[in-house]
Structure formats: structure tokens, C-alpha cells
Design a binder for this molecule. Sequence first.
Ligand SMILES: *[C@@H]1O[C@H](CO)[C@@H](O)[C@H](O)[C@H]1NC(C)=O
Ligand SMILES: *[C@@H]1O[C@H](CO)[C@@H](O)[C@H](O)[C@H]1NC(C)=O
Length: 411
Amino acid sequence: MGVAKFGVIQAKLALLHHPSGSVLSHKHECCSCRSSAAQPRKPISWSLVCGLMLFCLGMISLFTGHVASDLECQRSRNFPDAILERSSNGYLLIGASGGLNQQRTGISDAVVVARILNATLVMFLLSKGFLINSCDHWKKPPYTMRVPRKSPPEYYLDQVLPILQRRSVLQLTKFDYRLANNIDDELQKLRCRTNYHALRFTKPIQELGQKLVTRMRAMAKHFIAVHLRFESDMLAFSGCYFGGGDKERYELGEIRKRWETLTDVDANGERRRGRCPLTPHEVGLMLRALGFANDTYIYVASGEIYGGEEMLRSLGDLFPNFYTKEMLAEEELKPFLPFSSRLAAIDYIVSDESDVFVTNNNGNMAKILAGRRRYMGHKRTIRPNAKRLGPLMMERDQMDWDTFLQARKKS
Ligand SMILES: *[C@@H]1O[C@H](CO)[C@@H](O)[C@H](O)[C@H]1NC(C)=O
Ligand SMILES: *[C@@H]1O[C@H](CO)[C@@H](O)[C@H](O)[C@H]1NC(C)=O
């Protein structure tokens, strides 16, 4: 059994062989609310429309689990025993790059590719320039190739295997999302097993994460984790306006200049089209509208937040029992502070354990957590549909809270 230690993730990969066993394909449930989204003529019916939309959102989110994960997995704990392979077609070198969750996806895919090729997998961390396995005994740099994105297993067999066999050491570069989503059930099962069972956070991270969960649970039986992405670059890139006045327009405008190809966009139009991330305040409003009382305990998982504490306070005002990792652990968090991916890992653990997980984005962490929570089979995830909520939030500014809530209740 090989144990690979990454800064954050540790993997027990003892499962390169995977005999048969069936996996049911996992279809996405969709609920359409188109009928309620028809444009009304009279202004008065807006509140009704908003209410209906909100109601639909609630239904979608709460009852069908409005989640979309790249990784479709059928839950299982009955895995066949690992079978030792006695022969290998060569060494496959793959680097894990990017943030925490991109690395996680990369590692899971790499294990599957190694399985497809019957290769010996050597993984290393690109971002740190750190080799997990010492590769000194390869005298010359390995032959490298880059496979197209989302390649199917056949591509690996037809195009990569011959090269691996000829060279015996092959490095696949830029290995992000290089394996198709739709693969054979057995291979998918291996991918899920790697992602959800084999990959673990290192002990100090796991322990602190669990401590924070315990501290939340000591205060409340149930809590909601809100995963917010609200970094200045991301906001600037969106071209949206978030209510911060001239200061915000100037600051985000300056950042936006970094991307020379970006043209000016109409911030209101973007919002109406649902292209703007929900602000912390809007996420709070949505939760309140969904019926979560103001005494609900909230854990906020986030990195940099544009507008900092003030921006977060707009959520804290709606839910006074509001916590972050910094509030729950001061001294203990210090060793992790220089490493953003370790901090993200701590948020990941608390979010995973929460009773309800809410996110304002569709990034890697949101996707992986949504998938994992569904895989584990008992936890609710709410991912607001910005396309539907964006216009609703705009209208909300023009009606008072009671109308907003009542519209929702009436529907
Ligand atoms: C890998 O090994 C299995 C049996 O252990 C075999 O069925 C399969 O054809 C091999 N694949 C390759 C690409 O060598
Ligand atoms: C929470 O809501 C209740 C009514 O549902 C209200 O009486 C109370 O003042 C609110 N608390 C805060 C801190 O807003």
C-alpha cells in the first residue's frame, strides 16, 4: 500500500485493480419552474412572481437537491479487495496542480488513468516543486505529453499506451480535467473511491477541522455552513455592481483593467441575466426567505471577502449567531494562516459536516462538496440559481421585506 503525503492531502492508494460490481447510473433530477417565470405585464404581480420563483427555488433546492457535481457517484462501502498487480506497463508521472480541490480532482483522475494503462503511478505536487517520490534514478528528464481535455479511456489506450510502453517512463503534463466525465462504471467507481475514501487530509488539518465542528455543535444542534466566494478579482471580472458606491466602482474598475480584452458591461443587465455572484447579504436574505430563523447558527467558510468584515456583517445582521474559523480558533489557526489551501481544507471539513450547506458559487470546492454530501447520502445542499435569483434580488430592493416574505408564503 502506497501512502503519498501531500501538504494537505494524504492518500492511501491500494486499489489499482477493480473487479466487477455494478454501479447504477445516477441521473440528475431536474425541476422546471418555467411557468412561474413568465414576464408579467402589471407591476403589481411582481411580488407574486418573486414569491413563486422563490418557492420554486426552495422546492428545487430542498427537495430534489439542486446540486450538480462533475463527479457522479453511487454510494458504496462494499469495495472489492485490492488485487496486487504483478506487471506494469511503465511509470506514469503526473503532477497535481492548482488549488486544493483541483488537486483532488487531478489525483482521482490520475489513479483512474493509471488503472486504464496498468501503469505505476508517480504523483508529485507541482505548486511546491516538491516530489513525493524521489525520481533521481531517472537519469534523463522523462518524455512528456499532454492529452486533450476530457479524453475518454480509449484515447489513453490508443494514443498514450504505445508511448508508455516504448518509453517506460511518461509524464503527462498539465493534468487538469484530462479524463472524460462519462466513463465505464468500474472506472467511475474507482474514481469515486479515490476521491471520497482514499484521499484524506493530513492529521493536523483533520483534527482542527473536527474541533471546529465540535465547537459549532456545542452551541447548536444544527448549523448551516455558508461557503462564500467574494474575492475582488472575481467580482471585478464579473463586471457587476455590488452596492459599494464609487469606492467599489473605482477599486473593481482598476482591477478589471488587468484583463485587456474585457469590455465594459452593463452591471444591471449582467445581474438580470444572473451572471453576478450573490453577495453575503443576498445569501442571508435567501436563507431567511427559505424559512431559516434569525437564531440559526451559521458557519461562514470563505477566503478573501471583498469589503471584509463589513461585507460579512451584512450577513451577520440577518443571522447574529454567525461564526468563522477565525472566530472559533485563534491560536490554533496560526500555523495554517500562511497556507490558503490548508485554510480551505479546514473550511471543507466544517462545511462537509454541516447540516445544510449553502454556496454562492459554482467553483471546485462547491462542486466537490455538493457531490460528496450527496454521496454520503444524508445532507442537504442549497445552491441558489443566480439566473432566477438575480432579478428577484433586484426587485426586492423595490418592495419591503414583508411583501417579499408574504409573496412567498401566499404561493
Ligand atoms: C491491465 O491488466 C488487466 C488484468 O490485470 C488486463 O485485463 C488488461 O487488459 C490490462 N490492460 C492493459 C492496457 O495492459
Ligand atoms: C429574531 O426574530 C424575532 C422574531 O421572529 C425577533 O423578535 C428578534 O428580535 C429577532 N432577533 C434579532 C437579533 O434580530
